[in-house]
Ligand binder design. Structure first.
Ligand code: ADE
Length: 246
């Protein structure tokens, strides 16, 4: 069985109590598909201080390098991938999540205050990840986003019935709209093709809606894809049927 070990380096281990005790993350832990360990740099200080003023002046405290290095060294293995969360990082994507879901050991450094001393980046050359162009109070929320997105891709976490295969973005496109019962709700009906039982027709409809939705909502995603001849035919249909404002 594949197993991913997440070693979180955080000044606030209690931050993770809720998320790891319900839903997907709880199940994955109980099944032994993920193992989560949290190390607090505060336990690796000489005099209890984890942060200090910035050289050169300026608002905001910086996490000192020594406690962080000691915490990282306490969990580091030969196969560890070290990740640091920062708004300056690479924007997190499903592609990065897919790549990381094939690794065995991730060390997730959660900065706080103004951030971490740059020497940590120079020593470990971590993968720097941002979860968006906004500033969080620390890396913990970003680490949770990463862990949850990776975990749901691991074999045995989701049942077949809600497998990740046709998720939005898994194949680079947004997923087609989805419906459940009732068939007719407040005058809005489920598209009849979805009730036809014709699997080929349903698959083509979903592909078309997926291409349509991506073209309208996130056209920049289409630039990264390789299209089959059938996709191009479908796209042409979509373009002819849809008013697209650029
Ligand atoms: N830490 C602070 N802001 C962040 C962001 N946007 N992404 C990742 N880590 C962060």
């Amino acid at each position: 069985m594949r197993l991913i070990n997440f070693d979180i380096i955080s000044l606030f281990p209690e931050y993770f109590n809720g998320p790891f005790s319900c839903g997907t993350l709880k199940i994955a832990r109980e099944k032994g598909i993920i193992k989560v360990n949290i190390t607090n740099p505060r336990d690796f200080t000489d005099e209890g201080t984890v942060d200090d003023y910035q050289y050169g002046g300026g608002a905001g405290m910086v996490l000192k390098p020594e406690p962080l290095v000691r915490a990282i060294e306490a969990v580091k293995r030969n196969d560890s991938i070290v990740v640091n969360f920062s708004p300056a990082g690479q924007l997190l994507s499903q592609k990065i999540i897919q790549d990381l879901s094939g690794k065995c050991h991730l060390i997730l450094i959660c900065g706080r205050y103004k951030g971490i001393d740059e020497r940590i980046n120079l020593i470990y050359k971590p993968l720097e990840i941002s979860i968006g162009d906004y500033v969080l109070a620390g890396g913990e929320a970003a680490a949770l986003v990463l862990i949850e997105a990776i975990t749901r891709l691991l074999p045995g976490v989701l049942g077949n019935i809600d497998s990740a295969e046709d998720d939005s973005l898994q194949a680079g496109l947004l997923a087609a709209d989805i419906y459940t019962r009732p068939d007719n709700y407040k005058m809005f009906k489920v598209p009849s093709v979805l009730k036809s039982g014709d699997h080929k027709k349903i698959a083509r409809w979903r592909r078309k809606e997926s291409l349509r939705k991506t073209l309208i909502k996130r056209p920049e995603l289409l630039g990264n894809l390789k299209f089959s001849k059938e996709d191009l035919d479908i796209l042409l249909e979509v373009v002819n049927e849809t008013e697209i404002r650029i």
